[in-house]
Write a protein that binds this ligand. Sequence first.
Ligand SMILES: *[C@@H]1O[C@H](CO)[C@@H](O)[C@H](O)[C@H]1NC(C)=O
Ligand SMILES: *[C@@H]1O[C@H](CO)[C@@H](O)[C@H](O)[C@H]1NC(C)=O
Ligand SMILES: *[C@@H]1O[C@H](CO)[C@@H](O)[C@H](O)[C@H]1NC(C)=O
Ligand SMILES: *[C@@H]1O[C@H](CO)[C@@H](O)[C@H](O)[C@H]1NC(C)=O
Ligand SMILES: *[C@@H]1O[C@H](CO)[C@@H](O)[C@H](O)[C@H]1NC(C)=O
Length: 477
Amino acid sequence: MKKIKPLRFSILVLCVFYLSVWCNGEDESVAAPMKRTEVEALYSAIQAFVGKWWNGSDLYPDPCGWTPIQGVSCDLFDGFWYVTELRFGPLHDNSLSCAYNAEFSPHLFALRRLKALSFFSCFVSPRRYPVSIPTQNWEVLAASLESLEFRSNLGLTGRIPSTFGELKNLRSLVLIENGLTGELQANLGNLINLRRLNLAGNSFTGRIPDNFGGLNSLLILDMSRNSLSGSLPLSFGGLNSLLKLDLSYNKLEGKIPEELGNLKKLTLVDLSNNKFSGGLTKSLQNLSSLEELVLSNNPTGGDLTSLEWQNLRGLAALDLSNMSLIGGIPESIAGLKGLRFLGLNDNKLTGDIPPKLASLPNVSALYLHGNNLTGEIKFSEWFYGKLGRRFGAWDNPNLCYPIGLMPTSYAPFGVKLCQQEIMKYETHLGSKVKNGNWDHIDSKPMVSLGFSVCGVSGLVYLVELLMVLVFSFSPYI
Ligand SMILES: *[C@@H]1O[C@H](CO)[C@@H](O)[C@H](O)[C@H]1NC(C)=O
Ligand SMILES: *[C@@H]1O[C@H](CO)[C@@H](O)[C@H](O)[C@H]1NC(C)=O
Ligand SMILES: *[C@@H]1O[C@H](CO)[C@@H](O)[C@H](O)[C@H]1NC(C)=O
Ligand SMILES: *[C@@H]1O[C@H](CO)[C@@H](O)[C@H](O)[C@H]1NC(C)=O
Ligand SMILES: *[C@@H]1O[C@H](CO)[C@@H](O)[C@H](O)[C@H]1NC(C)=O
């Protein structure tokens, strides 16, 4: 009997020990407290977006613990749970999706530890339920908010509230494809910690504020597809961390400032579809990290030979189409060995096509059509075969390809046979005739040559027609 007692005792001790470990474990993972105010603010904020039917205390009694909500993340501060991320939008089956009459609730601003807030496809009825971003209260999130995103909310209208300028900790401000309007306020330029500013696909108007050039932590600046006007601020030369600059599809004008050439880290510059004029900016040749340069559809004017293209060693895409460029195509462009896409079409380029362009090892599209290029194209049959219709040289009235240099099956589309070639044969034969020896055949060789040329060009035409048919039905071209 005396021996059993210590055993009983030790079992008891073990039980108490395990129980206390188990209970403590539960305590830490589940029962970390969340202040009533924080829970209520979360429930009320969510309910305003997703609808009255959504009863948080019923569905998610412990939202930061054992009943997590898709799109909500929490963190512990001083032993209490706080909401740090809140994401609305149909990304997953169980995401918080907005109701048709979603609205902002002031309770949102009671979530003082919020780091990331995003709305994807939440406000979608610009006619029936237009919603504006609240103008007040953002300052209470100034210390915490790092990422704010509104994406694909056509029903989100009105202006960017000026109080956004107080969100000094923002790293990322993304307002893509909403119905936002008005001028961009200079106080967005106060957000000096921004790494990404994306305002693409809204209806913003007016000039780009000068002080945007002070956002020198920016890595990505995208304000494409708006109606911004005026010139590019010279201060943009100060955006010296910038990797990507996309201002395409606006109404920007004036000369592209030389200051852009300071931004040595840029890998993408897209200024296409604006009204930039004043010629090509020489300092662009200093952007040694560039991989894509797209300046198409601007009345830029000027001459390609003014830049030392060979400096842009990493360039993979160069689109300079429809820019009213004059002059010749410099051979230095053929020094850009990494080029995959080269668009020089629809300009006023003259002179010969440098044969070296055909030796670009990775080129898969080369567009030279719609210019006034002259002379003979001297590319190989292999090249025409490889590129097919992605080699464009049509609409150059004085350009031709030489007869006999290639099988007609790989003739460049829309380019005619060189008449000079024919003339050469004709004058050659003509001179022999004049020399007297061939008096008796007189005009007959001319006639037969004429027929054979007709035959060849007829064949070429047929082959071209076939190629058009083949290419337009092939999904791979
Ligand atoms: C949610 O449900 C609880 C219990 O069913 C109820 O007491 C509470 O009033 C409801 N809250 C809302 C906002 O409907
Ligand atoms: C390119 O950069 C160099 C210094 O890195 C500078 O001296 C030169 O003026 C710049 N060229 C242009 C055209 O801006
Ligand atoms: C060519 O550029 C001008 C602006 O310079 C633009 O108005 C026109 O629409 C462009 N053409 C095409 C086919 O995009
Ligand atoms: C061509 O493309 C290949 C494959 O993407 C790449 O490895 C190679 O470096 C490219 N060549 C040049 C000159 O950029
Ligand atoms: C094209 O260039 C030729 C000279 O090479 C010139 O005679 C002709 O006028 C030019 N055409 C256009 C449309 O500029």
